[in-house]
Design a binder for this molecule. Sequence first.
Ligand code: ZN
Length: 144
Amino acid sequence: MNIPNDKLDIPTLRAMRTWDVLAISCFDGRFIPRTVEWLRQEAGVFDYRTEPGSSKAIIDSLPDLYRIVNVVEIALRFHEITEVWLIDHADCMACGGSGIHQSAEAELDFHKRQLNQAKQALQRMCPGLEFKTAYIDWESAFFL
Ligand SMILES: [Zn+2]
């Protein structure tokens, strides 16, 4: 169960043993503070994992996929998560940066396709969990 962010005082945090969300985003430090801020608003308490390229790591590398599945299984066992949120971001250097796309819309479409592929790959290996995809650009963060 998610608790509203403004109710997460220290006694509440100390008493918590389980929460709903494991979030996976890119390790690009330009986006981490805003990603975490958005996650706090949307999920309250969450597990958080960074991977270079986020969805790209899941799609392109079998060893990365297996490592991420291991993280999902640990989050499930320790914190009883029910949801995995996959987050890509604008200007991701692991994906070639914004410069390879004709427009911000084209870049977003590219990440939507990548995130859906990554979601399907993880869903096959982690049945029973809910998967959501999200995107963060220079102005906002949002679910897709
Ligand atoms: Zn990135």
